[in-house]
Design a protein around this ligand. Sequence first.
Ligand SMILES: [Cu+2]
Length: 191
Amino acid sequence: MRRILTSGGLAAALLAGPAAPLAVGSAAGSAAGGGSDRVDTGRQPLVSYHATFVPPGAATARVRAQYGADGGTVVRLRVWGLAPNRAYGAHAHKSSCGATDPTAAGGHFQHEQDPVQPSTDPAYANAHNEIWLDFTTDEHGNATARAVVDWRFPDDRRAGSVIIHDHHTKTGPTGQAGTAGARHGCLTVPF
Ligand SMILES: [Cu+2]
């Protein structure tokens, strides 16, 4: 079953992100009208921690999550009004956004939690165990990203935000994996 983007369907062709696509939407689509199988923030202002890279008041974002009956999760991110032609990192983080404190959102949400936090071990800090939503903006500062993972949030432990970072997320050995630089913006998401 196809999912229909409410706006900018063309953006689907530009989906960025390291996660390999799985069975997108095949199960999620069967629950039309359900309330708990999806989340949509609508388009909202991003909390800005950097005036140039996430212009306060001008930068907006929308996050949608679909929880499939197959046990997987699809997360879509759209951003508007960021710096043009620029690479950013983005991930689901544990807690909601701080109004002024970039660290308030905590670390990356991990399906299997690394006992060592903050986690930079590639066994845990990877696009299958975390939700990575890296993107590169177009000339208008707009972009889309999508992440697909084969797990769902447990009821008692859910992500709380998407953080926009300085650069694309690194892979590599412990110490590098999952890092993406400074936190420039944030959207609270009731995953
Ligand atoms: Cu992050």
